[in-house]
Write a protein that binds this ligand. Sequence first.
Ligand code: FAD
Ligand code: UDP
Length: 372
Amino acid sequence: MKAYDFVVVGAGLFGATFAYSAKQRGLRCLVIDRRAHSGGNVFCKREHGINIHYYGAHIFHTNDKGIWDFVNRFASFNRYTNAPVANYKGELYNLPFNMNTFYQLWGTKTPAEAQQKINDQVSALHIAHPRNLEEQALALVGTDIYEKLIKGYTEKQWGRKARDLPAFIIKRLPVRFTFDNNYFNDLYQGIPIGGYNTIIDGLLDGIELRLNTDYLQDRDYFHSLGEKIVYTGSIDAYFNYRFGPLEYRSLRFEHEHLDLPNYQGNAVVNYTEADIPFTRIIEHKHFEFGTQGTTVITREYPAEWKPGMEQYYPVNNEENNQRFLHYQRLAASENDVVFGGRLAEYKYYDMHQVIGSALAKTKRMFGEMTMA
Ligand code: FAD
Ligand code: UDP
């Protein structure tokens, strides 16, 4: 008998949820991560008494009561509601697009006036079947919003022209004819008090964890330790890039400590013009209504991904999706390995989705149990 039932590669949300769920069923897990900390991309670094979202701003939101109850076992959540502000050439607009935004743009005061303004702009464009992000955005909100709040931000974020991007990316941004700045439509939302590490520590409580440990450096050793491997790293790396690398969009984070209590008055300010090289500035203390005398901000610069860089957003175009399918076929024939999470599935997952996916996987593998 081997020392563990599972060696879980990756201490992010997928790996930690999987290990927790397996342990609840009496199974023995070893979790490893090549980074120096657990948590994957939800890791928070505490500096100056402030939890810094080290790999980008993370706001927990879900419509699923089961997932909400599950995460609330490990941390209490505050009442944070994401309400980003857009800065376009020094003008400020509320996001997502709602009655406040329309008033700031055009002075319209009623839903009917705002709808009329948008209809006038949209109908002048004659876009019957939007074929790309540019046409989709124009057909949804018209020229003014597209030019000021979408085009520059989108083209920076993706490093491609909006007309060369798929339409679905923009469909997830709400357009509302109410005075409601809540970025998400979900029923449950908040930031875990104490930061995301509290949840990860709770999930991994009592489970052996080895950091600075790369599975790919010594696969045979880890297979000798565990009956099965749960792999949450990149699928192309697992198969030695046999079909070529899968592409990602990367990010560079510039963290800065400022000796003042309040830099921008909001957790998230998007910079929507093309000429400013970063997409947004995050002021972390506002996620937790911090009252410290000091602050930490992070500028987020989109970057073209190259092998070796951190992988953030999968570029799910036709070519990459086809390549992924080849890897997925190989993965299906690896009997002793379970693949899961955003890197192994080459999929953009929100946190609630990745937790849901890990819980569903353990439920399929081990059957129903009381907790999830
Ligand atoms: P990861 O967190 O990437 O964990 C994988 C782990 O595996 C990593 O720790 C890695 O070091 C480790 N690993 C990889 N290869 C190896 C190896 N060979 N050996 C050992 N270890 C290895 N979601 C939301 O719900 N709300 C948000 O506001 C939000 N904002 C986001 C902002 C940004 C900029 C990004 C990029 C994502 C955001 N997300 C958000 C999504 C969220 O980050 C993911 O859902 C979640 O982190 C995915 O967890 P995971 O375990 O699949 O992957
Ligand atoms: N977007 C935009 N202007 C903004 C914010 C978002 O045009 O101020 C567009 C952009 O194309 C982005 C998409 O909307 O890729 C989805 O935005 P979201 O905030 O969901 O992006 P993410 O959280 O994935 O970075």
